[in-house]
Design a protein around this ligand. Structure first.
Ligand code: FPP
Length: 248
């Protein structure tokens, strides 16, 4: 059975560093420990897909030194965690724009994706240079090109067709977690969270551990998910009636 899809906006690295009297990048460095622990804990919590917001398309506005350090951390993560991820059956993939990523980071991501491709316990998706609005626009563009080429009729540009072009068959998000207290989506998974439960915690990302994820899941299990209908549906969206059939 398909388990849950959890998506996390990892926020608060800078605030954590400031509280510790350290430079901002030390918050990102500490955040890697949280990534590792969350990934390790996910399969036992029934999570089969985990999408982490590691670098938004808006993050390019940050000072070049901070951007450089973030991509260095990503590369190091891919290199250092590779064996453990593969041994634990974790498949890693990238979601977001590829064309602006530093070559070394892209190569590290591609290598890890290829080497971990057989993993079936957890699909770890790293959202890097990610903008949900841009993802929706580029999926729409691909469908428009098919219409222009005559391989798709305009009336075949449906909700299902756009969803497939956008998500490549990855199930919708069941639970979206954001750390560090802010209560907004910040251009993350706007389509895929249409029926997701949202969970906001004041815990700063570098302090976040699998126990905090377990707390979020306990809160999730108490929620009544109705997908627009009248009857509560338990469990993940994968096991629920297709949201597209529901009204409201
Ligand atoms: C938000 O905190 C966090 C980020 C922009 C980067 C997240 C990156 C990591 C956790 C490390 C690398 C990731 C992987 C997958 C290895 P912020 O800097 O916006 O914090 P602030 O709002 O407190 O300033």
């Amino acid at each position: 059975m398909t388990g849950m899809h959890v998506a996390i906006i990892m926020d608060g690295n800078g605030r954590w560093a400031r509280q510790q009297g350290k430079p901002r990048w030390r918050g990102h460095l500490a955040g890697v420990d949280s990534v590792r622990d969350t990934v390790r804990g996910s399969p036992d919590l029934g999570i089969t897909t985990l999408t982490l917001y590691a670098f938004s398309s808006d993050n390019w506005k940050r000072p070049a030194a901070e951007v450089g350090r973030l991509f260095w951390l990503l590369r190091e993560y891919c290199r250092r965690e590779r064996n453990e991820l593969i041994e634990n059956g974790v498949r890693v993939s990238h979601v977001g724009r590829r064309d602006r990523l530093p070559t070394k980071a892209l190569t590290a991501l591609d290598d890890l994706a290829r080497q971990s491709a057989a993993g079936t316990r957890l699909h770890l998706r790293l959202a890097i240079d990610y903008s949900a609005q841009e993802m929706i626009a580029s999926a729409s563009r691909r469908l428009a090109e098919e219409v222009q080429a005559g391989t798709r009729r305009p009336d075949e540009v449906t909700r299902d067709a756009l969803e497939l072009a956008l998500t490549d068959g990855v199930s919708p998000v069941d639970l979206l977690v954001r750390t560090a207290g802010e209560q907004r989506l910040s251009d993350f998974m706007l389509w895929e969270t249409a029926y997701a439960e949202l969970y906001f915690t004041p815990v700063l990302w570098p302090d976040f551990r699998r126990a905090d994820l377990a707390t979020a899941l306990t809160a999730f299990q108490r929620r009544e998910r109705r997908f627009g209908g009248l009857v509560a549906v338990n469990g993940s969206a994968a096991g629920a009636p297709a949201p597209k059939l529901a009204v409201g």
